[in-house]
Write a new protein. Structure first.
Length: 240
C-alpha cells in the first residue's frame, strides 16, 4: 500500500536570499562591499537551520559571488513553493563613503512607505534591476528611481502581510536581545523582490556599511555569527 509518509518529512522550506552579488556590489564601505557581508550571514543562517532543524529545507538564491536578477530570486522561492522568504542586505545612508553616525538594524515587509527614508531604502535596493537586460519589459515599465512608480504598492493587498510582519518583529526582537544591536524597527516599503514572492517575505538590513564602527562589526566572524544566530532564533520563534 502506497502510504505517503514522506509528505511531512520535509514539510517546510525557507529561501535565503543574499542580496546583490557579482557585478552588483550593493552598498560600498571603506573596507568591504555589501554583497559579501550579505552572503556570509546568509550562509551562516542556512548552516544553523540545516544543522538544527532537519525538517526544514533551505534553498539559497546564491551561494557564491554571482549576479542573480531580482525577479529570478523571487521565482526561485515561488517555484519551490517555499513557506518563507528572507532577503539579507546591509544598509547605507545617502552620505555614502563620507560616513555616518547612523547605526542599527531594520527589517522590511512589503507595503507603502510612510516615511521618506523607507522610500530611499526601496529605491536603493530596487535600482539593481537597471543592471539587468530588458528590465523595462521584465518589470512592466517600473522605474526604480521614480517616486511615482511606487504608487502601485499602495494598491497591493498582500495576504501574507500579517505573517511577514510577525517574522519581522521577531527578527528585530532578536537583533536587540541576542546581538545587542540598535533596533530601528519594522518598516514597510515597495521592495520589488518582496512584491514578486507569493509567500510571507521579509528583507533585513543588518547595519550601516558606511558607519565605520558598524562596518568593522559586520566584517568580523563574531558579528556574522551573532547576526545569523539572531535571525535563526527569530525563525525558530516564528515557526512555533
Ligand atoms: Zn542591498
Amino acid at each position: 500500500m502506497g502510504v505517503c509518509l514522506s509528505i511531512s518529512a520535509q514539510a517546510y522550506t525557507i529561501v535565503i536570499d543574499a542580496g546583490h552579488g557579482g557585478k552588483d556590489a550593493g552598498a560600498i564601505g571603506r573596507i568591504s562591499q555589501e554583497k559579501n557581508i550579505n552572503l556570509s550571514v546568509a550562509k551562516e543562517l542556512g548552516r544553523l537551520i540545516e544543522q538544527n532543524m532537519p525538517g526544514t529545507k533551505v534553498i539559497y538564491t546564491r551561494k557564491t559571488d554571482v549576479f542573480v536578477e531580482l525577479h529570478e530570486r523571487a521565482q526561485i522561492a515561488n517555484r519551490a513553493k517555499a513557506d518563507l522568504f528572507i532577503s539579507i542586505h546591509t544598509n547605507s545612508t545617502a552620505a555614502g563613503l563620507k560616513g555616518t553616525t547612523t547605526s542599527g538594524t531594520e527589517t522590511y515587509t512589503l507595503g507603502m512607505h510612510r516615511a521618506a527614508e523607507n522610500l530611499e531604502v526601496a529605491k536603493r535596493e530596487n535600482t539593481v534591476i537597471t543592471l539587468e537586460s530588458n528590465f523595462e519589459q521584465k518589470y512592466e515599465g517600473f522605474d526604480p528611481k521614480s517616486s511615482e512608480s511606487y504608487i502601485i504598492f499602495e494598491l497591493m493587498h498582500d495576504q501574507n502581510m500579517a505573517s511577514s510582519v510577525n517574522f519581522a518583529k521577531e527578527i528585530q526582537k532578536q537583533f536587540r536581545a541576542t546581538a545587542g544591536r540598535i533596533d530601528r524597527g519594522v518598516h514597510q516599503a515597495g521592495l520589488l523582490v518582496l512584491a514578486r514572492t507569493s509567500m510571507p517575505a521579509v528583507l533585513v538590513e543588518l547595519g550601516y556599511i558606511n558607519n565605520a564602527e558598524e562596518e568593522k562589526y559586520l566584517n568580523t566572524s563574531a558579528g556574522v555569527a551573532t547576526l545569523a544566530k539572531s535571525i535563526y532564533n527569530a525563525f525558530v520563534a516564528y515557526k512555533k
